[in-house]
Design a protein around this ligand. Sequence first.
Ligand code: NAD
Length: 542
Amino acid sequence: MIETSIEVPVAVNEPVRLYAPGSADRAELERTLAAMAASPIEVPAYIGGHDVSAGERVAMRSPHRHDLVLGHWHSGDASQVDDAIAAAMKAAPAWAATPWNARAAIFLKAAELLATKHRATLNAATMLGQSKTAHQAEIDAACELVDFWRFNVGYLPKILADQPISSPGLWNLLDHRPLEGFVLAVTPFNFTAIAGNLPTAPALMGNVVVWKPSATAMYSAHFILEILKEAGLPPGVINMVLGDPGALVDRALASPHLAGVHFTGSTSVFRSLWAKVGAGVGEGRYRTYPRLVGETGGKDFVFAHPSADVDALAVGLVRGAYEYQGQKCSAASRAYVPASLWPRLRARMMDVLPAITVGDVSELSHFMGAVIDRRAYERVTGAVKSALADAGCEVLHHGYDDRDGYFIRPTLVRVDDPSHRLMRDELFGPVLAVHVYDDARYDEALARCGDDSEYALTGAFWARDRAAITHALAALRQGAGNFYINDKPTGAVVGQQPFGGARASGTNDKAGSALNLLRWVSPRTVKETFVPPTGWRYPSMG
Ligand code: NAD
């Protein structure tokens, strides 16, 4: 169907609820947390509109409470992917022919259901299953996902309305077709909103999807799917497969119908997917060149100029580095601080860090919960132990304990060498490495910050000196896809700071923007000539 443009409701960002003591929102959230913790669920795959319970049942445990089993997900084998692709391909013609405003209405309804009736449920699922605090769950599972759904709908008619000019006697138009085939969405554990956005953004544009959620976020993925079903998503449009990630994804990449990959996760996994798709293209396996969209790792910087406001910088570092236990792709994990500011900054940070509480997020007073699983706990505590034994590191604050949950305290390490692996590798935990630079070698430190990293996702520059800000904007231009001035490098808001980075951080297709949606259409140009010529000779031939 060639679609026309009409108005859609104006998207505005979903207001963040505060959950202050005594508020009705807090009481509802606490009730929901208790009820969900007491009622384990089954999470089946969902294929062609049917729940598929097959294979081994795998327990979903709270990262902050080893004894709390939230339920079980059903781990199927790779044949499930064949079924999901078949169901998607069957649903494709009707979904592509569905008027865009009818598709959009489903996601607007999902946004409304999430903003109201199911808000506490998806927040509680994200708290219990992924160990986010109430605030972190609210800005992710509720607000960001509502925003993705509403804003994507807002971009859609603008994309459709972007049409070519027409000369007299003819009419040109662009028909924004969905891709020919299915889109594979592979989602990470750390943002419920991303898990909800990656399958739905291509679906909004008329595509059918096979969605493979993260094993450590199956619990919230289940509730996202329930909301989409309630909103009226037709069977087969989004199919959720559960099982061994490598086996499921490889099977999907083997299909000739693969038309796109919408991935968020680690750089190493995305590189391996790219290589496999590249090999498939080389073999002529696919009917079309699959679109590859991947937002991946980060080693996000905070650079302080000698004119920075130290008190604000300390808060930016604490929030930017330690919220959600440092498990944000955008988390501050390397900082460059001038020697002239370091003693004051260090004192300020050392006032704050011991006061931070880490614990069961169902107690809303905690600032931090647990890291996601044992693998993450071992990786991060291993790096802390190495730093403690490293003469080039001064570990200023740390702590860990896995008796009840995977708890790691906010960790602050001063490193001598700006190319130390704590300044270089993504650790994905609550560890901030600080390199103290000599004020006289400011330009060198700035260059290292911008050029040294394999990643280029987010970065923050702190200064009161306007000339320094102007200079840093140019000097660090390729160093981050999301650049913050006097702010923490986390917390991008849909519609306000379109998100994504370059280098090893991803394809920078800016989730939550029209740029991303454009990757999920393959425009057909249509030219209609109203009165075609009847003579074949050109006047110049006379
Ligand atoms: P991950 O790479 O371990 O997992 C991401 C997804 O890939 C999951 O669904 C997982 O099951 C799947 N997967 C894992 N191994 C696979 C394999 N061998 N083959 C195919 N699929 C496989 O990442 P994660 O731990 O879930 O998330 C953390 C990572 O995601 C960090 O590197 C973080 O920086 C990144 N991230 C980036 C952004 C961004 O916008 N740039 C946002 C969120 C997270």
